[in-house]
Each structure stands twice: as C-alpha cells, then as structure tokens.
Design a protein around this ligand. Structure first.
Ligand code: ADP
Ligand code: MG
Length: 518
C-alpha cells in the first residue's frame, strides 16, 4: 500500500500553502471559475463611456475575479455520494408529482399564505392559471437537492437533506470547471493518483440537455429560450455556461429582466409567448425566487409568463413544490406513499434522507415543536419561506423569534428543522482580496436533477452532476452567492468495515492529521 500524505501536513506548511494558492487561483481564472465583483455587478468590462474623449484613465477597478474556492478537495464518503445520486431521480419524481397536485399544495400552504406575502403571491398566480386552464403542455424541472453529512452518535456519517431548490438552482456552470483546479493542486504536489480520483463533473451540460429537450418538444424551430435574469448579476459566468451549451446545439438564448417582459412581451390568442416579436419556447428563471426581486409590475410580468404556453422552468406550481413548508409536510407519515403510489423503494430512499421537520401551524403540534426547540435551541433551525441564504434563525436569535411568535399566527410562515451537525474538518479557503485561511469547515453536497414531462409522460429523468460547497463552521447559514460558502469538490473515500466500526470521526482525523493510505 502506497503511503500518501494527508492534507493536514500540507495545511501546516504556510509557505507551501501560499505558493499553492497562487497556482490554484491562476488555474481557477484560466478555467473560468469566475464571478463579477460586487463593485461592478452589471458588467464584465470596465464602463469606460465617461473616458471617451480623454486619454487619462479613470482609476481602474476590477470587474471580474475568481469565485471563492477551497485549496483542497474535501473528503466525502463514496457511499454517501452514491446515495445522493441514487435518490435524485426519486426527488425529481416527487417534485413533479407535488407540482401536479393542486389539492395538496392548497392544503399544505393554506396557513402559510395567510402570513407570508411572497408565497401568497405565487399561490395566487398558481390559482389564476389553474382557473384559466394551463396552456403549457411540456414541463421542465432543473433542481438541486442539497445535503449535509450528519455525524451520528456512533461517529458514522449519514446523508440528510437540507432542502431542494426548484428555481434558479445555481453553480452548475462553475462546478463544471473546479475539478481541473483541484487536480492541478494535487498534481503540483505530485499526487497524481489522488488527482485522478477527483470526479469529473458537468452539470451545465446536463441542465442544458434538459432545456434543449423542452425546447425541442415545444416544437417551433425558430423559437428561443428566454433567460430571466437581473441586470446586476455577479454569477453571470455560471449562467453563460448553460447558454453556451444551448448555442452549441443551435438553440438561441435571450437574456431579459422582468421589466423587459412588462414592456415587450405579449401573448397571441393561443397564448404563445412573444418577446421583442420572437416566439419563446422556454422561459428559464434565474431570478424571481426572493420577494425583493419583484416590483408590483414584475408580478404582472410573472403572471403573463405563467399564463403562456411556453415551458417555464420552473412553472409556479413547481416553485411552490420547493418551499420549505412543502418539504416539512412531505415528511409526515404516509405523505410520500400518497405522492408516489406503488413505489415503496423510492419512498424508502427518499425518507432515509429526511431530517426532523416540524410544522409551526397554530395548535397542539406546533406548540409542542416550539416547546422542544426552546428546551434545546442548539438542536434546531427556524426557517421562513425564503431562498437565497441568510434567512434562517439559530440559537439565541431563534429563541427570541420563537418567544415573539409563540402566540402569533405569523408562526405558520416558518417551519422548524432539526439541525444537522456534520463532523468538522480543516481546509484552506481562498477568496479574492483576502489571505488564504485555514479553518474548521463543514460541507454541503448538492445533486443536480433534470426531468422533462410531456402531458402525463415523463420523457427525461436524470441526475446531471454535483456541487460541493464548504464553509467555515462559524457561519450557521448561507451559500456561495451569500458570500459564506466556497466552491469545493468531493474527494471520494471508501470507508472500510474497520473504519466504519471505528467511527468516521476517527477516520477523518486520521485522514487530515497523519500520513494515511488512501
Ligand atoms: P436557502 O433556501 O436560503 O438556501 P437553506 O435551507 O438551504 O435555505 O439554508 C441555508 C443554509 O443554512 C444551508 O446552506 C446550510 O448551511 C444551513 N442550514 C439549513 N438547514 C440546516 C439544518 N437543518 N442544519 C444545519 N444547517 C442548516
Ligand atoms: Mg440552500
């Protein structure tokens, strides 16, 4: 057995870390692991219109930099990676089933929409479209199911779902480009064998295949894909990766804001959608998942898009299927069985990934959940119906919120979730403008799923890649876009029987502290 050095030896050599970090950053830039900067989020080039007639350059500022990432890939047990991949098609089926079950959505969200304006607006659109009759016949889901690795009492890790993102699931593009960076780092260290273990990953290609299939089934050769995005978009290169894949298939994409839809979109009498006079086959939302992304007029635009025949990714029902309230209700006994009748194996795979989820609706059940959380605040997370990171409440903040909400119907707009506690490990985080930091970290694994349905027939159902994000343990909440987590890659490790018995925690310490054989 060949002895290899664990990352921990590497993490202690500061000088070597600096040199490795320089190499890694240059490779990341070369591979296109990029974000626009917060100073210039609307452009990838300096706006030099004010300099036209002068030779004196304005003070230059950076418009693009690398997306933050870990210097080393983080260890992930093979079995959990495989489990996450294996359950993805089940999650696709589940989301698709929920989106078609208007009675379930109505019942599940009835208390939430009384107190949560954002969910209420989405639900209103859903109801309006149902009443009018759904013009859309082809359905496309591009989602990402996120997990953490719960450290069990015996030290073994288990896969627990954090949430599923059914709208604007991002970083599939950049995640396609990070494996080359980590292979580079390991190759510089002469760890050729280890470098080869980094999994290839191409979610953007798979997501584009879904979009292409939906476009094809829409069946109009000259129709376009309409990508709804904000003008200020730091994560543009992630989106471009998908646009590029589509263009390579001769499918043209136009990027527009909700405001442009208000100004320029129209429906014909068959509710075909036109934008700037061109027919739209697929509307792909990379915006519209947070309340502050909608003006009153933008809500009108969203309604117009939903009413159209165009394939919405996602349609409003699928967006609602991704709410935390739905996640919580699906964890009730018998719910999965009702959604996926005759599929006990899928149900078992799904349920195995569920953490404890509790309703906070008024009544005895909600009261009991609040009592439990107040008795042991460190074991729970309080979640509103929000996306995008930074909205959940933990610890003392959660306690204060629960005390305030206890006797208030507003509590129904939240759910309570068991807090997942992964085993921390050390890695080195690289961010533009900050020195490399070696810190205690935890990771979150996401699997991208794609499905396409035509009428009642599912014509595509697959997983198309993964995303590993890692953050310092001092941050309870937040993803890459929120400035908390950084991009990473799983370094797959096999837990042997001995190691499994001897606890994963020991193994991960071994892996990171001492020389061990991989
Ligand atoms: P959002 O829709 O804002 O992304 P998430 O449910 O994904 O909401 O929560 C945001 C972040 O909070 C996650 O990326 C994760 O780091 C942390 N988090 C969420 N739920 C839990 C949980 N049950 N246990 C531990 N951490 C959690
Ligand atoms: Mg999330």
């Amino acid at each position: 057995v060949r002895m290899a050095t664990g990352w921990e030896n590497l993490l202690q050599d500061e000088q070597q870390l600096e040199e490795l970090a320089r190499q890694a950053v240059d490779r990341a830039l070369a591979e296109g692991v990029l974000l626009r900067t917060s100073q210039e989020p609307s452009s990838s080039d300096e706006n030099n219109s004010s300099q036209v007639s002068t030779s004196i350059p304005l003070s230059p500022h950076q418009v693009v930099s690398y997306a933050p990432f870990t210097l080393f890939p983080s260890l992930v047990p093979c079995a959990l990676l495989e489990q996450a991949y294996a359950v993805q098609m089940d999650f696709n089926l589940l989301v698709d089933a929920v989106s078609q079950n208007s009675a379930f959505l109505e019942q599940t969200l009835s208390s939430t929409i009384k107190r949560d304006d954002f969910t209420a607006r989405l639900f209103d659109i859903h109801q309006q479209v149902l009443k009018e009759g759904i013009a859309q016949t082809v359905f496309l889901g591009l989602n990402r199911s996120d997990y953490m690795f719960q450290c069990n009492a015996d030290g073994s890790p288990s896969l627990k779902q954090i949430e599923i993102n059914t709208i604007s699931a991002s970083f599939g593009g950049l995640a396609s480009r990070t494996p080359a960076v980590h292979r580079h780092v390991l190759s510089v260290l002469n760890k050729t064998k280890e470098a080869a273990k980094i999994l290839s990953n191409n979610p953007s290609k798979g997501l584009a295949l879904g979009l292409a299939k939906a476009w094809e089934l829409y069946g109009s050769a000259n129709a376009l894909v309409l990508l709804i995005a904000q003008e200020k978009e730091r994560n543009i290169f992630d989106q471009r990766a998908i646009e590029n894949e589509l263009l390579a298939r001769n499918i043209h994409v136009i990027r527009r804001r909700f405001e442009d839809v208000s100004a320029k979109a129209s429906l014909d009498q068959d509710r075909r959608l036109f934008m700037d006079g061109q027919e739209i086959a697929v509307v792909y939302f990379r915006d519209g998942y947070m309340p502050n992304q909608y003006s009153l007029q933008d809500w009108e635009a969203r309604l117009q898009l939903e009413r159209s025949r165009a394939v919405k990714c996602p349609d409003v029902a699928t967006q609602l299927a991704g709410t935390k309230k739905v996640q919580q209700e699906l964890s009730r006994g018998g719910m999965l069985e009702a959604m996926l009748p005759g599929q006990p194996e899928a149900v078992a795979r799904l349920r195995a990934t569920f953490a404890g989820l509790y309703s906070l609706d008024m009544g005895k059940e909600g009261d009991q959940a609040i009592t439990k959380a107040l008795a042991a605040p460190s074991r729970f997370v309080l979640k509103p119906q929000r996306e995008g990171g930074g909205n959940n409440l933990y610890g003392e903040e959660m306690v204060q919120a629960l005390e305030r909400l206890k006797d208030n119907e507003e509590r129904a707009s939240y759910i309570l979730m068991e807090k997942i506690e992964p085993e921390p490990f050390r890695n080195c985080l690289l961010r533009p403008g900050s020195p490399a930091r070696v810190v205690q970290c935890i990771s979150e694994l996401g699997i991208f799923g794609v499905y396409v349905r035509q009428g009642k027939t599912l014509v595509m159902n697959k997983h198309v890649g993964h995303l590993l994000r890692t953050k310092a343990i001092e941050h309870a909440d937040g993803g890459v876009a929120a400035g908390v987590a950084v991009l990473d890659n799983p370094y797959p490790v096999v837990l042997t029987d001995v190691e499994t018995l001897g606890a994963f925690s020991q193994l991960s310490h071994l892996m990171t502290r001492k020389a061990v054989s991989f």
